[in-house]
Design a protein around this ligand. Sequence first.
Ligand SMILES: [Zn+2]
Length: 409
Amino acid sequence: MNTLFTNVSIFDGTGTAEFLGEVLVHGNRIAAVTRDGAPPLSRDAVRVIDGKGALLMPGLVEPHAHLTWPTSVERFVPGMSLPPEDLTLNTARNARVLLDHGYTSAYSAGALSKSLEVFLKAHIDSGSLSGPRLVPSSLEREPPSDSAYLDAGKADAHDRGPEAVRAFVRECGELGAKSVKFLLSGESALKPGASHELLYTEEEVRGAGEQSVESDVWLTGHAHAAAAVKMALRNRFRVLYHCTYADAEAIEMLAARKDQVFVAPTIGIAQAALDAKPPPHVDMSQMKADAQTVLERQSTLVPQLRKLGVRIMPGGDYGFPFNPTGRNARDLELFVRYFDYTPAEVLVAATKLGGEIMGMGNELGQIKPGFLADLLLVTGNPLEHIAVLQNTSNLAAIMKDGKFHKPPA
Ligand SMILES: [Zn+2]
């Protein structure tokens, strides 16, 4: 079925001001985009959707997804572990929840299963399960943790040394994972001081970098410490999370590789930790103190990196009990609040840069002829009030790959 959106305000993802017009979808791609004043597009054999002035924008992209992490806005799971059968079904459900919230693509930042995301992607791509386009990952290696409650789980205890690390990357690739995740430094939210500790040697990370080329996978790193950021940049890492303690040299290196890397500061988890009111048996005091530090540092770092042209994306680390999958769009508001983004600027980051992080920048993340038809019809004008994207009732329609996941009423 072909679809014509008429009477819509079009935000095309490039940062150009929105304009009234029409968008024609043929099959799974955008066939034509016109501005008001141009002759109307043909109505032959198309379903016409009157947007009544609502905003039509590209679907959102989550750059740091953890679909296997248990908690969503639909289901609270205390802690991080589920029996394997429940984990499987719950992960499929999380994929649908994310799509329900306007995220038509997700780049995985690691999973609690070796190959669950690979199978999930196959089911989604075949149309049998609802979910975003997915760059799947395998197990990530977790940092040492003092908190059993929030420990995301144990990866294979792969041995130390470059050969063992190479074998890990090779195996992930053979299983079908595209994003291979390393915890390059620890996580102070879980263990005091760990964000400054390196978990791998330079030789090991070099082994990962070399093997990633052979296995055709993308390296993805959790890196708070400046030394972890630098190690990643020396060794072909493509996606970096946090970068909290990046020093002048790390910032310079990020700028030098701005066309090869993406950074997701992952600020939502810090805000969520600060906002959380945990039950008495859960001690979040360390996590809250760390979140305050992270927020302060990121508020300086992110605007600095953006000025240097580093590709920075909102989103990340949803799936914890206090930061459920489905709330991902809150990151957009936090970018406006803390990092001096305008709503339009953060939407470019979540759409156009999103297409790029998915490795599909020439066909995803913008409203342009030839691009894939991943589209949101949004009421309440997110270009004025970015928070409207956090409420699914403002998502009047969600289209992925030319098909409505949520048809307009
Ligand atoms: Zn993460």
